[in-house]
Design a protein around this ligand. Structure first.
Ligand code: ATP
Ligand code: MN
Length: 463
């Protein structure tokens, strides 16, 4: 008989039809009169309860004995209405066969609740828990929603490279990529000869696809990239990974106002999809992980984001100097504690902060008339702060060259990027959304290592 998933089964009526379901046992409960197997197959959060009456339990006693927590099984029976509260269906089981046992003495995921820290150490088994199954399903839906959003607006999806031979991206410390024999070089005491390296020069893993995607923006108009990025910063926080996924749209003829509107629409679209299509998983997160999550997400889609300049944001922060470890002042980079204060205490929701001092932002951001600030826009959210960073880009060749020189960067490293300003330059804007930060936002999970299947962080590259 064809296997039906638990999700498919819960779309059926309890009409007594005969079905086969395959999955993993979450729990087994045995009474005098019946045996209950809770079966989960990952297609949805909820289990299918398989109930063996006395006669069926006796007929299947050998297999039932082997069907402990974690075992994979195939169960056949008839689909009936459930008398138990909280579930509309159950399987009146006739036969069960164990496909793969999971010996209780060694299987790490027994019935009790496990800490997220412990589950990180068994990242290969954690998708079998409610929490990580839900994270995986939401992550899948959000990735699809990203493409739906941009494709629906006529954006072209551009694949930017992961290996880059320019260290000009400037967004953070880079991982070097080399085929040179490091042990030999070290023992020789000589400097590495990069002309002998794979690419004939030093190469790195990308920290952002932005500079590359801008080239396609200046030809196709509205583009985005969605791929892995790598940062070698030694930041051991609950919101930084060494390998994370980033979505970077870039739009020609768009200014910072258009950019803010796009970012706000984008986040609201993603939250709306999560609430609609991942309702069962989000209810779990609301109940077990982050009380109030659903209410705050619903509020996000129904109210406009607060917008304020960096200068006004610093004024707000200066009103409460006692609230911070790091004292805020005009010119300082906003710390996570400041970002949280602005969203949680000042705005009560997401905030878009614009026009940061040019000293703390990247060389490519458009300089304002005041000569002191740039058209940067960061979207901040309650709980962890920055979720999006973006800007209107400097489109003037001379201003951009001036910025590159002032910062001590080498003009020749940017020759092709500068060509975009030499030939047919346009105003344009874009931003980067960290996909795992989005995942923290919609699931209410608190550690970024728990919203990516296999986290990479300093001293952490297992699995
Ligand atoms: P932060 O100040 O939080 O370290 P950033 O300003 O260095 O971030 P950007 O260079 O602006 O980050 O990158 C764009 C987006 O990528 C950020 O808004 C964030 O969502 C995400 N991001 C940046 N660094 C990381 C990281 N190490 N791990 C996960 N996501 C990240
Ligand atoms: Mn940023």
């Amino acid at each position: 008989m064809k296997r039906l998933t638990v999700k498919e089964i819960f779309a059926l009526e309890p009409d007594g039809r005969s079905i086969t379901v395959k999955g993993w046992i979450r729990t087994k409960r045995e009474t005098k009169a019946a045996v209950f197997l809770e079966l989960n197959d990952g297609s949805r959060m909820g289990n299918l309860q398989c109930v063996f009456g006395e006669a069926e339990a006796a007929a299947n006693s050998g297999e039932i004995a082997r069907a402990g927590t974690g075992a994979s099984v195939s169960v056949t029976g008839s689909l009936v209405a459930s008398p138990a509260a909280g579930q509309k269906l159950e399987l009146r089981a006739e036969s069960v066969s164990v496909i793969g046992e999971a010996p209780a003495e060694t299987y790490p995921l027994q019935k009790k609740a496990h800490s997220l820290e412990f589950l990180r150490e068994i990242a290969h088994l954690r998708p079998r828990t409610n929490t990580f199954g839900a994270v995986a399903r939401v992550r899948n839906r959000m990735a699809f929603a990203v493409h739906q959003f941009f494709q629906g607006r006529g954006f072209q999806y551009i694949h930017t490279p992961l290996i880059t031979a320019s260290d000009a991206e400037g967004a953070g410390a880079m991982f070097q990529v080399t085929t040179l024999d490091l042990a030999r070089i070290a023992s020789s005491g000589q400097e590495p000869d990069y002309s002998k390296d794979f690419f004939g020069k030093p190469a790195y893993l990308t920290v952002s696809g932005q500079l590359n995607v801008e080239t396609y923006c200046e030809a196709l108009g509205s583009v985005y990239t969605f791929g892995p990025t790598f940062r070698a910063e030694n930041s051991n926080t609950s919101r930084h990974l060494s390998e994370f996924w980033m979505i970077e749209p870039e739009v020609a003829f768009a200014d910072i106002g258009d950019n803010m509107d796009l970012a706000e629409d984008f986040l609201k679209h993603l939250v709306t999809v999560a609430l609609e299509d991942c309702a069962e998983d989000l209810e779990f997160f609301d109940k077990r992980i982050q009380p109030g999550l659903l209410e705050s997400l619903r509020k996000v889609i129904s109210s406009p984001f607060t917008r304020m300049s960096y200068t006004d944001a610093v004024k707000e922060l200066e009103k409460s100097p006692g609230s911070f470890e790091f004292k805020p002042y005009w010119g300082c980079d906003l710390q996570s504690e400041h970002e949280k204060f602005l969203t949680e205490k000042v705005a009560g929701g997401p905030v878009i902060v614009t026009d940061y001092p040019k000293e703390i932002k990247s060389f490519y951001m458009k300089v304002n008339e005041d000569g002191k600030t740039v058209r940067a826009m960061d979207v901040l959210v309650p709980r962890f702060g920055e979720i999006i960073g973006g800007s209107e880009r400097e489109e003037g060749l001379e201003v951009l060259l001036g910025r590159i020189r002032d910062l001590g960067l080498r003009e020749q490293d940017y020759w092709w990027y500068l060509d975009l300003r030499r030939y047919g330059t346009t105003p344009h804007s874009g931003f980067g959304l960290g996909f795992e930060r989005l995942m923290l936002y919609v699931t209410g999970m608190t550690n970024i290592r728990d919203v990516i299947p296999f986290p990479r962080a300093p001293k952490l590259a297992d699995f």
